[in-house]
Design a protein around this ligand. Structure first.
Ligand SMILES: [Zn+2]
Length: 74
């Protein structure tokens, strides 16, 4: 089990999600096509594309808390 698996639920975008919840990534607003792999962020209760999920996982500790922003100056 990788770190991100505890913080995100991997799902396939289907009509139910796309119509009822969202059809864009909550972070970068990329359009999420039907059948794409998307990720439900359990901390913030929103759907993200794979790219944003990967970036968030990089910033998270093992408890899914954001500990640093990639590219920060600190
Ligand atoms: Zn995104």
């Amino acid at each position: 089990m990788t770190k991100g698996d505890r913080c995100f639920v991997e799902q396939e975008a289907n009509e139910g999600i796309l119509m009822r919840v969202t059809n864009v990534c909550s972070e970068c607003y990329t359009f999420l096509p039907n059948g794409d792999t998307i990720y439900y962020d359990m901390q913030t209760c929103r759907y993200l594309c794979q790219k944003c999920k990967d970036e968030l996982v990089d910033s998270m500790d093992e408890n899914c808390n954001i500990v640093h922003k990639k590219g920060g100056l600190f």
